[in-house]
Every structure is written in C-alpha cells, then in structure tokens.
Design a protein around this ligand. Structure first.
Ligand code: SAH
Length: 390
C-alpha cells in the first residue's frame, strides 16, 4: 500500500502548531488497561474511562466526573480526544448528510449519513483513495492512497454522533443504527485497522452497534474473507458487477487476481452464512455493458446455492466516466429476471443527489480542495439502501 506523498501537512513549514496529542479514540480495551496501569490507576478505572469515551462521547477529560481530578489532569496532559475535523457538512433535501472530514495530515475522506424510516445508516471510509482502480468508480482514479488507522475509522462515527447530538439519547432514538463500510477504499486491504475499529464499535459498553447492523463491502479480496467472517462476524457485501471474467477483469481489475469462481467459493464458505444472514451482491447497472437479460439469467445461475440477495446500483456518472447508467426499463427488466430466479433484487435509489452524495465523485472533491484551498462543492460516495423500484 503506498502512503501519502504530498500531503498539505508537509507544506506547512516550521511555524506550524505543535502536533496534537495522540488521541484515545481508536484505542482498544487492552490499550485502555495498559494506560490506566501506567498512570497507577486501578483496573476498574479503565472501564470507566471506556464508558466516558465510547459510551458517552465525552469531548474532554474534564467532563469525566467519576474520575479523580488529578487523574483527569494526568490523562489530559498526554492524551487527546480529537475527532476528525469536519471541513464541510452538507444536508440534502432528502435528509442525507455528508461530511468531508480532514485528518491532521491534511488528508480528506467522506462519510455519509442516510436516514430511512426504521434506521439510519452511516457509510464510512476505510482508506484515503483506493488502489483497486475499478473502471466505473471515480475514487479508483485518485492518486493518493493511504490506510486509515482505527481511530480515524471510529472517529467518523464519533464525529457523526457529535454532529447529530445523539450521545445522550437512548439507543432506540438514535439516528445512526447501522454501519456500512462502503465508503472510500477497500476495507479488506486495511483489515487490521478496520477490524480493530469495528471491534471497538461493536463493544456493548461503548458505541454498541451490533455486528448484525454492520455490513462490510469488498471488491473480493478472497484471502481475507474468511477472517472477516470468523473474527468480526459482520454482514458481507460483495461488489460483483459482472458475471463473466472477461468483463469483470475490466470493471473490477482485482478479478484478475481472484476470478469469479474463486470469489464465489469464498462466499459459499463465508463463516456463519445461512438464510437469515445472506451475502449481498452489489451490481452496478451500466448501459449496454452488464445489463442484458442474459447477464441477469447468468447472475441467477451463478448465485444458486449461496444464501444471497442482490443490490442493483444505478451507475452514478462522473466527469469523463466511460459508462452510462442503464435505462430504467433495462434496470426493471434485469431486476424482474433476478427476482423471478428467487433472489431479492432491490434497486438502490441514490440518495442526496442534490448534494452529490453519490458513489465515486470524491476525487473531484479532494483535487478541487488542493487546487483552491477553499471549500468544496462536489463529491461523495455512498448510495442508500432503499426499497425496490421494480
Ligand atoms: N472497495 C469496496 C468498498 C467500496 S463500496 C467495494 O468495492 O465493495 C462502494 C460501492 O459502490 C461498491 O459496490 C462500488 O463498486 C460501487 N460504486 C463505485 N462507483 C460507483 C458509481 N460511479 N456508481 C455506482 N456505484 C459505484
């Protein structure tokens, strides 16, 4: 994985402010225990601290009133509680909210909140940019790539909870009930950090979002799929997008490494799949490329025997994109065949279109920011799970 090469942080020069204290956000239970030991605190203090940080979202040590004043001061001298900074926040007419978050090194990612009737989904990023170069995804054309560390992943959720003002609310009233790792990046190419972050997020005494409400989307990093199921037990979504290797090699170049047959074998073996917890197969609808009736029939055939559902994603165009979105008729016909084959095939309606909260445009955003060092008017990722239109 290549690292950031020209981040703005390096351009700031010698008179820049001192680097922030390391953040406790992203530290796990073990690290909390070690830290309390170092400070000479009893082990139960680690649990209290955990609850303040992840359960209540305390933004300062001063607020942690069950800890002795002196302990709070010692913590504050060495640690921070900083979340990523929202460089921009935009709200769509349909309620979708999009944050552009900036990390201390100047790198940017986006996070999207998609409210629905019975739930609210936060679409989180796992990397700055992406190495996969899927030909229909704008993020894949972004030059700069680095992994996010666990704190930068957990921090997206915490900053979103801050912004929605929902720390004090009982969990049933919260607007973030579900998480999808479907933003920028390939989460299974950053597995250690993603796994650490998700374990923190799933902890029932902290952020407490159950694995049943978390979905990780992968383009098909076959060797990492079993670990994802075994160690995290989250729902899996697979970006399939094509039913023949020749086409998938072009749309999702990772297919050259892990072709369809190997990918589907890994899906069949995904730990813990059964009919109540199916694998979601994402399929972007590209006009004249992968949207024929024959493609739909082949999709049904390929997925036979796998507890599966499909998600048909209308292609979100971006400047210079070599594809167009399938016509509504083609999408309906495709969904009809897949449905008739016994698979649920909802069509995801892009949400937040007025604020361009659609897949694959983030590169535009970061490039513009770099050029102008001003605010950003375009860009995002993420599509909303939504009822079928078929
Ligand atoms: N790397 C992971 C996570 C990204 S998820 C993965 O590939 O699954 C984002 C989803 O949006 C993926 O299914 C991706 O293929 C899809 N996507 C990317 N660009 C898109 C576009 N322009 N229109 C519609 N869907 C797109």
């Amino acid at each position: 994985m290549s690292m950031a090469v020209d981040s703005p942080a390096r351009e700031r020069g010698a008179d820049s402010p001192p680097p922030p204290l390391p953040s406790l956000i992203g530290c796990d239970r073990e690290e909390f225990a070690r830290l309390c030991e170092e400070l000479g605190e009893k082990p139960f203090r680690a649990r209290q601290l955990w609850h303040w940080v992840y359960g209540r979202g305390a933004a300062s040590f001063e607020a942690m009133t069950t800890l002795a004043k002196e302990a709070r001061a010692r913590l504050a001298a060495r640690w921070g509680l900083a979340r990523p900074q929202a460089a921009e926040e935009r709200l769509s007419a349909d309620g979708t909210r999009k944050w552009l978050f900036r990390f201390p090194d100047g790198e940017l990612i986006e996070t999207v909140h998609i409210p629905a009737e019975e739930r609210g989904t936060l679409c989180m990023s796992s990397q700055v940019g992406c190495t996969l170069t899927c030909s229909f995804c704008h993020t894949g054309t972004q030059r700069l790539v680095r992994n996010l560390v666990a704190g930068e992943i957990v921090g997206q959720l915490m900053a979103a909870r801050d912004a929605l003002g929902e720390w004090a609310q009982p969990s049933r009233e919260r607007r973030i009930t579900n998480i999808v790792m479907m933003g920028m990046g390939e989460p299974l190419y950053n597995f250690e950090n993603v796994a650490k972050a998700l374990r923190i997020i799933m902890d029932p005494e902290g952020l407490s979002i159950s694995k049943r409400r978390i979905t990780l989307s992968t383009a098909g990093v076959v060797p990492m799929m079993a670990r994802c199921g075994e160690e995290l037990g989250v729902n899996l979504a697979v970006s399939l997008h094509a039913v023949r290797d020749e086409l998938r090699d072009v749309l999702v170049p990772l297919n050259r490494k892990y072709p369809i047959a190997e990918l589907l074998a890994a899906c069949r073996a995904y730990p813990g799949i059964h009919n109540a917890r199916r694998i979601t197969f994402e399929y972007v609808m590209l006009k004249g490329v992968n949207d024929s009736a024959a493609d739909a029939r082949e999709l049904v055939r390929l997925l036979k025997g796998i507890p599966a559902k499909t998600n048909l994603i209308p292609f979100n165009p971006w400047p210079g994109a070599p594809y167009e979105c399938s016509s509504p008729d083609a999408v309906r016909r495709f969904a009809g065949i897949v449905n008739a084959g016994g698979l649920s095939a909802p069509v995801r309606t892009p949400r937040g279109q007025d604020i361009l909260a659609a897949c694959g445009q983030l590169r535009t955003a970061s490039v513009r920011l770099r050029r102008s060092k001003g605010s950003i008017s375009r860009g995002s990722l993420g599509v909303a799970p939504s009822p079928t239109v078929a």
